[in-house]
Design a protein around this ligand. Structure first.
Ligand code: PLP
Length: 471
């Protein structure tokens, strides 16, 4: 890394602690310092231009220069730059946004609660259910079932729901958490097992887990319609139908974590619509303000709303809240974002370009290094393998996907590796020509990686990849 002692890069390395950053390459390459944005592109502090292949962290769906959001924020800043939602108070835009989200939620929802983030939204959903179950004389009905490779946040309770090994670094999960299996058909199905048969097996195993634990101890099952940070894992055919039948039989609530999927990403307004999910609670966050302001929301069904109202009587309040949640500027930005998505042509564009996106992505399934290419709407991934037939990945020390994304950066493309997967989730404004530009670069990168793999004699992992997903 060519930087002077006083460069922003060296000050970053000296003073700044990054979230979820691979420290060896951070130390070697230095940070990527971004300076400005324009449409689907961002520019670094050296003037280099990059396509943002994953919309920042899935969220910047309007692109990086949407003047309407800047205006919405500026106008609200001038009018009322700060207010809270405690003690029966709220700024006008917060009420407008609650109404708008309830209108937009086709799995019928009754009320919206605002937070600053997706983690806080999921944390809130859990506390609501715990409060309701205590108030209805079922204080032991507390356990939450998540899934291996799920991602639900970084607070103590939500990190516990992440089906990833790193949570052990914190002595998590909390004792209330259990994990169902990851529904990745390509990786975990038995040989010749159909998607429907795989889904039936997972539903039967979930039911066995519930019966083992005792359904009276289980409050909720939480699921992302498409697992995002697990590597863009799509549910197999009939999965949610079968899972929901099990949950209904055992009086277990369903939380749909729509932090990534909500507001268009999967080609319907909600992932719940795409996959026939009828949740009791929806959490959403990332796309709501397109990342221009921190914000999250919990949408609750009429049934939860009434039960919560009842539970609140004992204390004469819902004893929970975040100081800056329902922020008037965030709500104004969210209202404008929703208007851009629904009426401003962004969702229409996503639907129009999605087939081209999926076709270009799907074509990588033919590549010798790709085991599976998958996607829906405007989200997808491909899975790098050392051996296409056995699906065995490269040995971890080769850092193949990490190296692939470093190469992509040199080709002006920001991508993200997740385990063996390389993921794509571009802004909703992307055009077909820009999709071609992005995947042309990926083709170039892939042929470089193929050469490197051959030249360096990179070999497969010795362990079965199935073992990698255990918590
Ligand atoms: C990002 C994410 C979260 C956490 O949201 P934060 O705003 O980072 O707290 C929760 N669930 C899913 C599915 C996410 O992708």
């Amino acid at each position: 890394m060519a930087t002077s002692a006083n460069s922003v890069e060296s000050r970053d390395l000296a003073y700044f602690l990054h979230s979820f950053s691979f420290l060896p390459s951070l130390a070697e390459d230095g940070p990527l310092v971004l300076e400005r944005g324009e449409g689907i592109h961002v520019y670094d502090n050296h003037g280099r231009k990059y396509i943002e292949g994953i919309s920042g962290l899935w969220n910047t769906v309007v692109g990086f220069s949407e003047a309407r959001l800047v205006t919405a924020a500026t106008e609200q800043m001038k009018k009322l730059p700060s207010y809270h939602t405690f003690f029966g108070r709220a700024a006008g835009p917060a009420i407008d946004l609650a109404e708008r989200l309830i209108q937009l939620a086709p799995p019928p929802m009754a009320r919206a609660y605002f937070t600053n983030s997706g983690s806080e939204a999921n944390e809130t959903a859990i506390k609501m259910l715990w409060m309701i179950n205590r108030a209805t004389g079922r204080p032991q009905k507390r356990k939450i079932i998540s899934r291996r490779l799920a991602y639900h946040g970084s607070t103590v309770a939500t990190a516990s729901l992440n089906g990833k090994d790193y949570i052990h670094a914190f002595g998590l999960p909390l004792p209330e958490v259990r994990y169902a299996e990851c529904p990745h058909h390509w990786r975990y199905a038995e040989a010749d097992e159909s998607e429907a048969a795989f889904a039936s097996r997972l539903a039967a195993n979930l039911e066995a887990l519930i019966e083992d634990e005792g359904p009276e101890t289980i409050a909720a099952f939480i699921a992302e319609p498409v697992m995002g940070a697990g590597g863009v894992i799509l549910p197999p055919a009939s999965y949610f139908e079968k899972i929901q039948a099990v949950l209904r039989r055992h009086d277990i609530r369903l939380i749909a974590d729509e932090v990534v999927c909500g507001l268009g990403r999967t080609g319907r307004m909600w992932g719940s619509e795409t996959y026939g999910i009828e949740p009791d609670i929806i959490t959403t966050s990332k796309c709501m303000t397109a990342g221009y302001f921190p914000m999250g929301a919990v949408l609750i069904s009429d049934r939860i709303d009434r039960a919560l109202a009842q539970a609140c009587r004992q204390y004469d309040e819902f004893p929970h809240g975040f100081t800056t949640a329902g922020h008037p500027v965030g709500c104004a930005v969210a209202l404008e974002t929703l208007s851009l998505i629904t009426e401003g042509g962004l969702f229409d564009n996503l639907v129009a370009v999605s087939p081209h996106f999926l076709a270009r992505l799907g074509a990588f399934a033919e590549h010798p290094l790709v085991g599976e290419a998958r996607g829906v709407g405007l989200i997808g991934a491909f899975e790098i393998v050392a051996d296409k037939d056995t699906k065995v990945p490269f040995a971890a020390e080769h850092l193949v996907t990490e190296g692939l994304c470093r190469r992509a950066l040199r080709h002006g493309l920001i991508l993200r590796p997740i385990g063996e997967a390389v993921i794509f989730a571009p802004p909703y404004i992307i055009t077909e020509a820009q999709i071609d530009d992005m995947f042309d670069r990926v083709e170039q990168v892939m042929s470089e990686v193929a050469h490197e793999v051959a030249a360096e004699g990179m070999g497969p992992a010795q362990v079965d990849a199935r073992a990698a997903a255990t918590v």
